[in-house]
Design a binder for this molecule. Sequence first.
Ligand SMILES: NC(=O)c1ccc[n+]([C@@H]2O[C@H](COP(=O)([O-])OP(=O)(O)OC[C@H]3O[C@@H](n4cnc5c(N)ncnc54)[C@H](O)[C@@H]3O)[C@@H](O)[C@H]2O)c1
Length: 448
Amino acid sequence: MKVCVIGTGYVGLVTGICLAEIGHDVVCVDKDKDKIDTLLAGRCPIFEEGLEELISGNIERKTIAFTTDLAGAIKSQEIIFICVGTPPLPNGKPDLTALDAVSKLIGQSINGYKIIVNKSTVPIGTAKRLKKIIKENLRDDNNSHEFDIVSNPEFLKEGEAVNDAFFPERIVVGSESSRAIELMKNLYKPLIEQNFAYAKNNKNKKDKIPVIITDSTSSELIKYASNSFLATKISFINEIANICERVGANILDVTHGMGLDSRIGSKFMKAGIGWGGSCFPKDVRALAFTAEEYGAEANILTSAIQVNNYQRYKIVQKAMDVLGIIEDKTIAVLGIAFKPNTDDTREAPSITVINKFLELGADVRAYDPVVKSCPPEMDSKVTITPDAYRAAEGADLLVIVTEWKEFLHIDYTKIKELMKSPCIIDGRNILDKKTMAGLGFNYRGIGV
Ligand SMILES: NC(=O)c1ccc[n+]([C@@H]2O[C@H](COP(=O)([O-])OP(=O)(O)OC[C@H]3O[C@@H](n4cnc5c(N)ncnc54)[C@H](O)[C@@H]3O)[C@@H](O)[C@H]2O)c1
């Protein structure tokens, strides 16, 4: 089938590649010319394992094309995926400017039956909003053209995006049109049946992917509710970790004991500095907003957000406990990305923590295996080091913010020798308390 993917960010790029790999003719569009030039050169503009090889492979096989010509791509393709960003506005509501702009152009460019598939995470009712904008923008000579809207939320995890795209746990298709639903089932057939070259001999290949067919509103809510549930699960366990610290229990044993109960499960049960990134914070806030708009209570969601905000400042409190006055102290921060295996720093806990340390007058050094700068407003105030050892040199405190695997294999004896005072705050509980104490560190984890 002929597919157009609008937006070549984390979601759009992975979606485009996945659809090309399962046999479709894909045109990816972005308004960012630099991104398109990078992609045309066969390089990947984001850090996502395995993606670059797939991009160059599909370019060679001519199964994927990259362009900035949105109108042209809409005209030539039959299924149009929208994968643009929906970042939060200062009040927490999702900004739908990019989505509206794209919908307008779709309306102006339609030249035959099209399915408009929205993959961006959007507030409830957005499918209806898209339909209205597209209808309003149909030109006189194209107003007889039919189109259908589909909500097809994305559940990929940055850092594991390629694997999640090819071997998803479910595909959700929400639409009021049976014609569109049938075409979507056809589009995803190789994926649903796990019958495509990349899946062959892949250890992650599944027997069959479940497909949930529903209305567009329920589909939009499935995405928000899923992310909100996961974020709430982390906030819940962080609250338990804080109780552990007060009563002298160990969160690692507590979560192990809880997680073996199959009704609870062990995933998303790691106590730490809390959730961040481009999805959880904005999606939980957006769902809480929707609840308020429609007069429903969202007490659990607002509490999950509060617990998460508090958890970041807990790291700063722990630093104060260890160092006393923070001013003029040197603090080494390990990890800038919001989670391992990605270069994404959107709403990363590191940003809040580093900002607070800077505000209190600390000299901050930061190291991340992939991220080599902080956001512009704070970048000049933070020294980015080429490795963890340089960050630790002369430091009064070392704070682990992101659970990169690399941080497990650091020579902590050497780190201790390099530091001015051997103090570690492990915001992800990746190190063993007893081992670190044995090495002579003043070690503080979360709830241990
Ligand atoms: N990143 C994730 O892990 C993830 C997972 C699931 C869902 N989502 C959702 O998917 C959506 C996209 O997220 P992302 O992380 O890929 O965003 P992103 O910011 O990485 O990518 C968005 C892309 O859209 C492009 N764009 C914006 N306006 C455009 C226009 N008018 N025409 C063409 N291109 C345009 C931007 O240049 C950018 O390249 C968001 O709604 C997000 O919440 C993200």
